[in-house]
Ligand binder design. Structure first.
Ligand SMILES: C[S@@+](CC[C@H](N)C(=O)[O-])C[C@H]1O[C@@H](n2cnc3c(N)ncnc32)[C@H](O)[C@@H]1O
Length: 234
């Protein structure tokens, strides 16, 4: 599968592009919150420059974030952006492969990832890892482009990116081509250990959301006391 290679120049160009997306209100923060991924300590897989997670922190209270990205350049940039937001105490970034998440079982209250799935070299391993590091009752949202998006929308999106750098436009085309269809996504998920998932599509995106189920051993992963009333939410 094609991977988006992060050189210093492409990281800088992507940062600028994502800042414009943020300023134009085109981030996925709303989708993350709609999936009720809104409390505790969240893991963000592939945060890139970090805007999605940083905006999520701005919109939520008493939350913290750990971002895991395979690219050193992206992690350095996300750390800098967290400082610029004044959120360095709530956001921590680490270099690593989500196919082997360097945290203990049940460590996170939530996991989310935006536009990164198409780059995962071993997606089944990543989904299994999400299941492992989530606490019982923890929610997740994975959102990515869909390869079979409406051709008119794809054409329009490419046209819009023609005004930005060529690299961003080509990166978008590569990302769409490397992404999954809904059928491929459900086939993939069926092979994983991830529980309680729902996969949907919108005009441009594949959205995977769900909640890790409770089981007989769930008491071992007691959620923070302040969250107990919230545990009753579906
Ligand atoms: C297209 S960028 C999206 C960045 C950000 N989520 C956004 O929406 O702006 C994909 C990111 O996923 C990261 N990535 C790719 N494979 C990864 C893996 N196996 N583990 C962790 N991060 C990964 C890349 O380094 C890159 O920063």
């Amino acid at each position: 599968m094609d991977q988006w290679k992060a050189s210093k120049e492409s990281v800088k160009a992507y940062d600028l592009y994502m800042r414009h997306q943020r300023d134009g209100g085109r981030l996925q923060t709303e989708s993350i919150l709609r999936s009720r991924v809104d409390l505790g300590c969240a893991l963000e897989i592939g945060p890139g420059p970090g805007y999605e997670g940083l905006e999520w922190l701005m919109e939520t209270e008493d939350t913290t974030l750990i971002g895991l990205d395979i690219s050193e350049e992206m992690v350095a940039l996300a750390r800098k952006n967290a400082r610029d937001y004044g959120l360095e105490k709530r956001a921590e970034y680490r270099v690593g492969d989500a196919g082997k998440i360097p945290y203990a079982k049940g460590r996170f209250d939530a996991v989310f990832s935006i536009n990164s799935l198409h780059e995962w070299a071993q997606p089944i391993k990543v989904f299994d890892e999400i299941e492992r590091v989530l606490r019982p009752g923890g929610k997740y949202l994975i959102c990515d482009l869909r390869r079979d998006m409406n051709p008119l929308i794809k054409y329009f999106s490419i046209l819009c990116r023609s005004r930005t750098q060529k690299e961003i436009r080509n990166g978008f085309i590569c990302s769409v081509d490397a992404s999954y269809t809904l059928q491929e996504t459900t086939d993939l998920l069926a092979e994983t250990k991830l529980e309680g998932w729902k996969a949907e599509q919108s005009s441009q995106n594949i959205i995977i959301s769900g909640r890790k189920e409770y089981n007989a051993f769930s008491a071992a992963y007691a959620a923070p006391a302040r969250m107990m009333p919230l545990l009753l939410r579906t």
